[in-house]
Every structure is written in structure tokens, then in C-alpha cells.
Design a protein around this ligand. Structure first.
Ligand code: BGC
Length: 403
């Protein structure tokens, strides 16, 4: 059966500045790659110069929206000034989105910080919140006439886990105490930023829609003899990772919608307070090229669990990186089916953005994992459509999902 969607439904894709732009010298990730001898983002996809070309590709796929991020380190080259040139650049980028009939969805913080901000203690020092707010204020004032959708942060808990607990991302901390401190500061920055955006738009003809991109994962108990304890672990991990931030911000009335990033699931074993992930695959499941467990029915579960918030939902990221090209289409269709079923159940979904429009720099994993609707040849920056992009294009054009 085909489920028709409203004409306002957003069909799009997502990108982030550091992962595609290239030459972000002033960003903490730039230093980190060198300090840790990781694969370097370098020119990435050269999107900084090729943005209009990329937006044309998106438009040709029948997409009507695109999520991008603006790079704080470009806009604030140091603690006390802003770069008019870079603000102007982003103004042109957003104008170009509009010229290509793509509704801009703009992220302000997608994992990266300016080096000067990290040197001042980054998110560990509450005095630094003000620097973020200055950047937010300046950026919103500059771009406000062209943007309705703002995401203040991308996946705060993923950022904190990798950067402050595992230590595999900058600033490379390995301390629960630091993670908690950074979380408090990020939440404070979000709440103040939310108010700030609302007041900047006051008296204008645009009602801004403000949220964050929240990663959700389905946590299932590892099916061994400790099933009861494993269930408890999965429950705790789910509460902390999936719902804590959403509930907190919702209670503060600081979410206009839920931005949801969803990729896969994990099986949990009882062990210590936070438990740990166990390796398991149920019969209908498989792993993608990053080793993530793919189960599209769980996407449905994650979605319907959001009904209790009674807020619109925008899928700000969903996607996969595969070795076998056939599997992209498989993933797309099965996840869209789950999305359609959740919509039929009454979830108010406003749009779906595939991660990612083009292959890009996958953080500590370099360029080998490819999520793009378009494959990038990094030797010459050519983009070639992957086969499944035609399927996505047809769905977006017809504005209906097979359920
Ligand atoms: C992040 C992206 C990342 C993608 C795939 C998301 O969690 O927002 O930056 O590339 O996952 O790992």
C-alpha cells in the first residue's frame, strides 16, 4: 500500500561543514588529526567551493530540503572577532540552497569547535558558554531572513561520549566527571541559545523552528542466561542515551520539534553501571560496513516511542555505509517503510533527510566509509550518483512511501 504524504513534507539529505568543506584549519579536529596521526580531512569534498554544484545535484534528485552546518571556527577566527567574509560566504551558500528550491536546515554545532575555544578549556569551562552564544547571536542575526529551521547542536551525547569518555575525539578526555560537566554546559548553552533565537526573530515574519539533532538507538538485551539483568542494562542505557535530554529540554519548553538521527541498534550486556555492548545478530539482522547492527523494524519502535512528546519529528539523519551497493536501497526502502508505518500510527513526521548527500569525511574513520547518495572520487572531487539515489529521487518526486 502507498502512503501519500502532505505536499509540505521535506525530502532531503544532510551534510556537515567539517566533513565536506575542506581546509578548516581553525577547527579543533584539524589539530586532532595531526596530534593523533589520523587520516586528515584535508580538502574533504571541496564542498566549500563546490556547494552550488552539490545543491544542483540535490535538486536534480527531487529533494526540497538540505541540512548543512556552518563552521564556528570560520565565523569566529578568534575569541573577539567575526569574519565578515565567512558570514558572507554562508549567506551565499544559503541563498544558493534557496535558489535550488532546497529549504535550509542549519546546524550551528556539528562536533567541531574553534581551536581558540578548546584552548580556553572548551565545554569544560562554564565561562566559555558565552563565546558560543556570541557566535550563535551573530550567525542568526546575519542569516535569519533566509532560515526557519535551526539545530543548535548535533548529537550532544555522541560528541560527549567520544570526546570525553572514550577519548577518541577531541578533546580526548576519559572521565565521566568531565563528560557530566561538559553536558551541563552544553545544555545550558542550548537553553540560552534557544531563547536568544526566539528573541532575535521577534517581530519578524518568520517563526523559527528550533531543536537539536538527537541520536537514538534501540537498546535490546543480549539474549543469554542473564537476560533479566541485560534487560535492566538495556533499559538504563536507553533512558540515559535516548530520552534524558529530550525529556529535559521538553520540560523546559525548549524544543519546537524533535530532530532525530537514527542508524541502528545494539545489544546490551549487564556489566557495571553503564553495562556494555555485546555482539549478537537476530535472524533478520545484519551489520553494515561500520559493524552497526541494522534492523529497520527497530526504527519503527524508536519512532513510535516519540509519540509521548506530542511534538513534530524531523528525521535529521538516517543512512548507512555499505560494501555491497545493493544494500543501500535495501536500507532506504525498509527504513522508509518503518517511517510510513509510524506516520500511519499518528506520529507527526515533517520530513526525512538521508545521511548523506555525498560521501564525506567520517571523523576518526577517515574517508573509507561511504554514506553518500553520490559517490565522491577524492582524487578529482567528481560526484557520481549511486544506483539507489534514483530510487530515492522517485520516492521524493512521487511524495509517497510503500508500507
Ligand atoms: C553524525 C555524522 C556522521 C554519521 C555517520 C552521525 O552520528 O552526525 O557526523 O558522519 O553519524 O557516522
Amino acid at each position: 500500500m502507498q502512503l501519500r504524504l502532505p505536499p509540505s513534507f521535506l525530502w532531503g539529505a544532510a551534510l556537515s561543514s567539517y566533513q565536506v568543506e575542506g581546509q578548516n584549519f581553525n577547527s579543533d579536529w584539524y589539530l586532532w588529526e595531526r596530534q593523533k596521526d589520523l587520516k586528515q580531512a584535508g580538502s574533504a569534498c571541496n564542498h566549500y567551493h563546490l556547494f552550488a554544484n552539490d545543491f544542483k545535484l540535490a535538486q536534480q534528485l527531487n529533494l526540497n530540503s538540505l541540512r548543512i552546518s556552518v563552521e564556528w571556527a570560520r565565523i569566529s577566527p578568534d575569541a573577539s572577532s567575526f569574519s565578515e567574509k565567512e558570514l558572507e560566504h554562508y549567506l551565499n551558500v544559503i541563498q544558493s540552497l534557496k535558489d535550488h528550491n532546497l529549504k535550509p536546515i542549519i546546524t550551528l554545532h556539528h562536533f567541531t569547535n574553534p581551536i581558540w575555544f578548546s584552548e580556553k578549556g572548551g565545554w569544560l569551562d562554564h565561562k566559555n558558554i558565552d563565546y558560543f552564544l556570541k557566535y550563535l547571536r551573530k550567525t542568526i542575526q546575519y542569516l535569519k531572513d533566509k532560515v526557519e529551521y535551526w539545530l543548535i547542536f548535533n548529537e550532544p551525547l555522541v560528541y560527549l561520549y567520544n570526546g570525553f569518555i572514550e577519548g577518541i575525539w577531541p578533546p580526548g578526555e576519559q572521565s565521566l566527571k568531565s563528560a557530566k560537566k561538559a553536558l551541563d554546559n552544553i545544555l545550558k548553552a542550548y537553553l540560552l541559545g534557544y531563547q536568544e533565537i526566539k528573541s532575535i526573530y521577534q517581530g519578524t515574519s518568520i517563526t523559527p523552528r528550533v531543536s537539536l539533532a538527537k541520536n537514538m538507538r534501540v537498546f535490546s538485551p543480549y539474549p543469554d542466561y542473564k537476560l533479566a539483568l541485560n534487560s535492566l542494562t538495556a533499559g538504563i542505557r536507553s533512558r540515559l542515551f535516548n530520552y534524558f535530554i529530550l525529556e529535559y529540554l521538553h520540560k523546559k519548553r525548549a524544543l519546537d520539534f524533535i530532530g532525530l538521527n537514527y542508524y541502528g541498534k545494539e545489544y546490551d550486556k549487564f556489566s557495571g553501571f553503564l553495562g556494555k555492548e555485546g555482539q549478537y545478530l537476530a535472524s533478520e539482522e545484519r551489520k553494515n560496513s561500520l559493524g552497526w547492527t541494522i534492523n529497520s523494524r527497530d526504527f519503527y519502535k524508536a519512532l513510535v516511542s516519540l509519540k509521548k512528546f506530542n511534538l513534530p519529528v524531523l528525521i535529521t539523519e538516517n543512512g548507512t555505509a555499505e560494501d555491497d551497493p545493493v544494500l543501500y536501497q535495501d536500507y532506504l526502502l525498509s527504513h522508509l517503510r518503518s517511517l510510513g508505518l509510524a506516520i500511519k500510527e499518528g506520529l507527526d513526521v515533517r520530513g526525512y533527510l538521508w545521511w548523506s548527500l555525498i560521501d564525506n569525511f567520517e571523523w576518526d574513520k577517515g574517508f573509507s566509509k561511504r554514506f553518500g547518495l553520490f559517490e565522491v572520487d577524492y582524487s578529482n572531487f567528481q560526484r557520481e550518483p549511486r544506483e539507489f539515489s534514483a530510487v530515492y529521487s522517485k520516492i521524493a518526486g512521487e511524495n509517497q512511501i510503500e508500507i
